[in-house]
Design a protein around this ligand. Structure first.
Ligand SMILES: [Zn+2]
Length: 142
C-alpha cells in the first residue's frame, strides 16, 4: 500500500468508499464525482501504476470484472451505452472507469471533438508508416 495513493487509501487504508463488488484481486468503487449515476471504477487491490505492468491473469480478471460491471450498469441504469475509460495520468493506480452515457458529450467534451474534427485526415502514407512501426514492435515483442 502506498499511503500517498488515493486508491490504496480507499481500498486498504480505511478511507470511506462505496463499494459495489469486491474479491481478492479487485474492488468496484463509486467515484465521488461521477459523469452519471452508475459510474463505477474497477480498481486493483495491489498498487500498480500501469495496466501493462499487470501479469496476464490479473489483467484478464480485471477486464472480466469491467465487463460484468458494465452489464450491471446496463441492466440497472439503461443508458444509451456503457463505455470504459482509463488514462493513468491522474491517479497513478490501475483503475478502469465504467461509465453509463446517455449522449455523445457525456464523455467527450465538445471542445475536444471540435479540435479533432479540425485536424486534417492522416494520409495513407502516414497511416501505413504508423501501422508498420507498431507491427514491427508487436511481431518482435508480443
Ligand atoms: Zn495505490
Amino acid at each position: 500500500m502506498h499511503s500517498d495513493c488515493l486508491f490504496c487509501r480507499l481500498i486498504q487504508g480505511g478511507l470511506p468508499s462505496h463499494q459495489a463488488y469486491e474479491d481478492a484481486v479487485v474492488a468496484v468503487i463509486l467515484p465521488r464525482q461521477s459523469v452519471n449515476p452508475g459510474h463505477a471504477m474497477v480498481v486493483t487491490k495491489i498498487h500498480m501504476e500501469n495496466f501493462y505492468d499487470a501479469d496476464d491473469d490479473l489483467y484478464t480478471h480485471l477486464m472480466l470484472v469491467v465487463k460484468r460491471t458494465a452489464l450491471a450498469i446496463k441492466a440497472v441504469f439503461a443508458p444509451l451505452q456503457v463505455v470504459i475509460e482509463t488514462s493513468g495520468i491522474g491517479n497513478r493506480h490501475v483503475h478502469v472507469h465504467v461509465i453509463p452515457v446517455h449522449g455523445f458529450y457525456d464523455l467527450v467534451p465538445k471542445e475536444v471533438m471540435e479540435k479533432q474534427d479540425a485536424q486534417p485526415p492522416a494520409s495513407d502514407e502516414q497511416l501505413a508508416s504508423v501501422a508498420q512501426d507498431l507491427r514491427r514492435y508487436l511481431t518482435t515483442h508480443v
